[in-house]
Write a protein that binds this ligand. Structure first.
Ligand SMILES: [Zn+2]
Length: 59
């Protein structure tokens, strides 16, 4: 069975049930990252913008 209700993190490519929608490099492009990548890219980053949280739907 596929588990495609989870999205992959744009940085580490692991899928996660909760992802954070952010911009982090000044390109204006939104990406979805997992919690651990979010912690890393949001710190001391002048380009960091938070755009919301994405959660996988559960049955
Ligand atoms: Zn990640």
């Amino acid at each position: 069975m596929s588990r495609d209700r989870e999205k992959p993190c744009s940085l580490c490519e692991k899928s996660a049930p909760v992802l954070y929608r952010i911009q982090y490099d000044g390109s204006g492009e939104w990406i979805f990252v997992c919690r651990s990548c979010w912690d890393q890219v949001s710190q001391n980053n002048p380009f960091y913008i938070y755009g919301g949280t994405w959660k996988a739907r559960k049955r």
